[in-house]
Design a protein around this ligand. Structure first.
Ligand code: FES
Length: 129
């Protein structure tokens, strides 16, 4: 079992309410979501597995029987933000989801499952939208 590796993203004030942003981690794009009305945070890969679009950070947030979800803006494939499975098309692949932590007004994502070393000297944190 790998240990957690908390990657600092931004402050809470930088986030749109009930929306997402794209975060760069090395060559990876992570979608970070803030469900303001539920005070819940989630993160997933930004890549939609349906047609390989970097789009999930711009998706519509919602819930299905209490389960938080994001709908891709292209063709509305909808993914659970708890475990990443596709809720409305069993032929569509799942997405990777990551743990989020908020401490002292700062937002962190656990990137320990991302097999990527951020090259030394490059900025590790960078909003891409
Ligand atoms: S590319 Fe996301 S639903 Fe088609």
């Amino acid at each position: 079992m790998s240990s957690q590796n908390w990657f600092h993203v931004c402050s809470v004030q930088d986030m749109p309410h009930n929306g997402g942003v794209c975060v760069k981690y090395g060559d990876h794009q992570i979608a970070l979501y803030y469900f303001t009305h539920r005070n819940e945070w989630y993160a997933s890969q930004n890549l939609c597995p349906h047609k390989q679009q970097m789009a999930l950070s711009r998706g519509m947030l919602g819930s299905q029987q209490g389960e938080p979800k994001v709908a891709c803006p292209f063709h509305k494939k909808t993914f659970s933000l708890k475990d990443g499975h596709c809720l409305n098309d069993e032929t569509c692949g799942s997405i990777a989801v990551y743990e989020v932590r908020v401490k002292d007004g700062q937002v962190y994502i656990d990137v320990s499952d991302i097999e990527q070393e951020v090259p030394a000297g490059e900025p590790a944190s960078n909003m891409c939208s």
